[in-house]
Design a protein around this ligand. Sequence first.
Ligand code: KG4
Ligand code: ZN
Length: 349
Amino acid sequence: MIAHCEVGGESLHFLAIETSCDETAAAVFTDEPRILSNVIASQTELHARYGGVVPEVAARAHLQRLLPVIDEALHSAGVSLGDIGCVAVHNTPGLVGALLVGVSAAKILAATLEVPLIAVNHIEAHVYAARIAADRDIFPCVGLVVSGGHTALFHCRDPLALELLGSTRDDAAGEAFDKISQILGLGFPGGPAVDREAATGIPAAFKFPRSLMEPGNLDFSFSGLKTAVLYTAFGQDGKDRDTPLSPQRRADLAASFQQAVVDVLVEKSRRALQQTGLKRLAVGGGVAANRRLRQGLSEMVTRIGGELFIPPQELCTDNAAMAALAVEKWRRGQFAPPDLDAEPNLAFS
Ligand code: KG4
Ligand code: ZN
């Protein structure tokens, strides 16, 4: 397959697609990598009334929105389809129906343009977002991915060699934020709502559990914390749910919950750095937008004389620019086969 490599005689241009969950996204970047556009159409308003992402609604919305989003990404990058030398797509993990929309579009585009196709792992891409934002090499590093679907720590030897150090045994951190937001009546998506509410609360007002803290443990568990918040707010099994919370109590519950999540994420990240002997921590995923978490990680890394890499918000939550990891695969000749499939589940060893 011959790539249309050059625009203006210099860079190879990639078009990347992300449809793994509830953001329809496309980006254009060069092989440096340099991000030229990063367009995200959020479906938040479609899922808000259900209090969570509805897979079929997400897939149908991707189908409606993807081509206009790609058009906008090309337009704001100042390129046309004919300038694209490689197509990249997140094909794992995610909601299968949602992934299939992006994977199908990417395969058709690559075949029509007669350019290579590269499959990108969405979790590896969340770590790579920190590399893009830093604009310099950050590997080897510890990678903390905290999103709505995943909470995991990795030893990242290089951008494409991630070894799992620990992961959640039940809820992902973002999922816990979303559920607590629902319990406290703060709406969807829960993370930003709890983050805002917590700003006026007292983090030490309630002493919520921090799970799996025995020495050496790098796994996570947030389901006990979620139950503790529910019981504290509305009694055993949430039986007093009809009794309204006072504004201060609600803020204190949000702040104390958030602090419990942050304490665990910061401590496990510290242990991962210690165990691997690394000094660099790269953080990605929607929860990395959380202000208290950013502050907690920053203080911890400063204390141990390390370096923290957290991308700005638009590169933390789902986006296609982080698929610039495709550049690393391009350099290694790791192209996708024409029968590329969507893989909803992902196993790291
Ligand atoms: O990475 P992402 O956009 O999608 C997944 O791959 O899951 O992460 C979405 C998650 C949601 O659970 C959302 O509530 C959470 O990230 N989130 C936050 C914040 N902003 C988004 N959680 C805590 N604080 C925030 N500021
Ligand atoms: Zn994600």
